[in-house]
Ligand binder design. Sequence first.
Ligand code: C2E
Ligand code: MG
Ligand code: MG
Length: 597
Amino acid sequence: MMAPEDAFRLLADGLGKAGTPQLFEQLVDHLAAILGVSHVLIGAVQPDNATIRTVAHWAQNQLQPPVSYALAGTPCGHVLDDRVCRYPDDVCARFPDDPLLREMGVVSYMGVPMRSPQGELLGLVAILDDKPLDLPDYAAEVLRIAAAQAGAEFARHAAERERRSSDHRIEQLAYWDSITGLPNRRHFMERLTEACERVRQQDGALGLLYLDLQRFRQINEAQGHECGDRLLAAVAGRFGAATQADEFIARLGGDEFAALLMTADRARLGEAVERYRHCLAEPIRLDEQRFNLALSVGVARLPQDAEDAAALLQNASIALNHAKQDGSRTRFFSAAMARELRQHELLKSRFIDALAQGRLALHFQPQFSLASGELIGAEALCRWHDEQLGWVSPGEFIPLAEGQGLIRALGDWVLSAACRQLQTWARQGTPFPGRLCVNVSAQQMDDPRLAEHVQQLATQMPPGLLGLELTESGLMRNPEQTVRITRTLCEAGIGMAIDDFGTGYSSLSYLKRFAADTLKIDMSFVRDMLKSSHDHAIVATIIAMAQTLGMQTVAEGVESAEQAEALRALGCTGVQGFHFGRPVDAETFASRWLSPR
Ligand code: C2E
Ligand code: MG
Ligand code: MG
């Protein structure tokens, strides 16, 4: 038996490997020597709480491979009830259901629980011997110290594993898209940047495909986001299967994916695009539904189109926007696209300034009665002259204002300017005789408080003097809301015309419910009504329908006396067009069309 000083010195030596995985092995070795027993084991309780796995096991003078065993019916089971257990003799007889004891050929056992420094039960340290236990006095203290140290070490290892796995999870989150399992945007950009660097050094080339699912937003909105996510995952699975060895595909976000290819060869990039398209040719089935998905694709190449990663991605995205806008399915980036975009950006920033600084103007185009030839009203049309860009058509800046969320500001300006103009004409002694109509864009109709807002702006106007033109397609965006808005405005004495009629598929039942009193026949029908019997029939139908509904008709874009005559014959009430008068500024309008009081 070892002297206590020697025993504790040896134990301290055994603990010398703390902080390394060898601690457990050295500890069992030293414990066997200190206590003079044939077996020492350190065991960790497994997550099922019913099994022990050995962390280190010393027997027959050497380390043993790890084993797992069930706790039930073993002395260890008692230790894990959180007790120090001593069975100095006949341990096999006390635990007849423990085959391991017999196999090891032991007769005695002592075990102490192993806990973390926080007190959590982690497992046990046990000694077993092939003869009855004859332990020195310090044995219990040695085992207690050994178990405490082993517990601390074990807890450290567990924390380290946990940290590694959470690092792994963080990495996973940072670089992989959780919905599709594909690399995410950040991952893609890092890969792209590396590839650009390599290509620069080796005079190579790259191609980037920017893939966008057509109409995915509608599916997402109609079917719900959960379904949308599952669809994206299915799409990603197909893309993944279609990707070739030297390609890298990622989900950039939303319904946008990107593929990086190590070639700038147009034909090979075109083939890759077709391959990705083709993998969506078969509809995707989710539950009972089938989804037909198609792609818009923008392609950009390095070094042809860009010098670095960011520019390559941006140019592919510009090409994609072109593909989406013009309905073509694939577009390769071109320098013209970049020029156009720069022009658009310039237009945008100058328009924002023009609106903010009140540098827009209104022109007025007269409308006449076909029966009497008298002026019955006018349409106010917004004009913008920029010193750098020249005249910019409303067909260009209205959509731009809509895209920039500026349409309400523009609409307010137009409405106030129209009201001011009516007052100015009245003050100058040339009062406006009919109704001045202001255009309201489809997007303004989305605002449920539009009616209230217009009423506020038009407070000082005598009723009947001001009217609004709402396009047919704008009215049908949210017909129930339109019904409410038009009725409120009608009660406030503001007239209402449906603009560009014939192009927007109104339902007749709604036409009756909208409080509009005028249909403006779209100029596309008027233009061809003398050449095309089809268009003539449409114009005739619109006029007949308006008569049935008790509404007036104003034909737009009348450019000839013949058209005017044909319209009169069909019973059209009003006309507007170059034949009668072009849009002109307020002064010209007054001098031409307004008579002094
Ligand atoms: P719109 O409301 O249908 O206006 C009629 C357009 O037809 C005007 O174009 C007018 O100049 C043009 N026009 C009139 N008579 C003839 C003709 O005989 N022949 C031809 N070829 N064209 C004719 P404009 O001024 O370029 O406006 C285009 C569109 O921009 C307008 O179509 C309207 O939708 C929109 N718009 C114009 N001003 C405003 C505004 O203040 N607010 C909003 N929201 N939209 C506006
Ligand atoms: Mg109009
Ligand atoms: Mg129109």
